[in-house]
Design a protein. Structure first.
Length: 191
């Protein structure tokens, strides 16, 4: 019975996200004010020379258009509407796979990637520490994690979870008008 309730809650969340993407609520993510933090994440990928990226909570795809030099992109999102919008934007610059899933309950096991990105998504996790542990398992031996988070009330709790698991290789703050994002490039402590 508890599993049925959890499935109902998950379906309700998915329906809300689908409605919001259909109604254009998230279109602002493709605007100029979002370019700064997305460029930092793409810059991390370029600096590291990564060939594969896993974009967790990818939405309708504000990051892939900035990535260059990669061979394989995987996007995970709970909303099939967002994934459909992303698919329309992708083009053929690199191979890609889009996966409909709640990222808290799903971790891909069939491949490894050089960089896992949480771009404005990690603060939606019910348990950021557990989620980060799970996605660390998808990294290649030299793989890294990159996170961008808008400064909000949940961000300090999420950064605490990050600090327990990772060494910060770089931290960049982007401020546009009265909005601030923190971007970090991370290496797992166990390395």
């Amino acid at each position: 019975m508890f599993d049925s309730f959890k499935q109902l809650i998950s379906k309700s969340k998915q329906q809300r996200w689908n409605r919001e993407y259909r109604n254009g609520k998230w279109e602002y993510l493709h605007s100029l004010c979002e370019l700064g933090h997305n460029s930092i994440l793409a810059g991390y990928a370029g600096f590291l020379g990564v060939e594969s990226v896993l974009d967790v909570g990818c939405g309708s795809g504000n990051l892939p258009r900035l990535l260059s030099g990669i061979n394989f992109y995987v996007g995970i999102d709970i909303s099939p509407v967002a994934l459909s919008q992303l698919s329309e934007r992708m083009g053929d610059a690199f191979k890609y796979q889009l996966i409909e899933a709640n990222f808290d309950n799903f971790t891909p096991t069939e491949f490894k990637v050089d960089l896992v990105i949480f771009n404005e998504s990690l603060y939606y996790s019910k348990n950021p520490y557990k989620t980060l542990q799970s996605y660390t398992k998808t990294l290649t031996p030299d793989g890294r994690i990159a996170i961008s988070m808008f400064e909000n009330s949940r961000a300090p709790e999420v950064w605490d979870a990050v600090d327990k698991l990772f060494e910060t290789m770089d931290k960049t703050t982007v401020t546009i008008d009265d909005k601030t994002w923190v971007c970090r490039l991370l290496s797992p402590h166990s390395r």
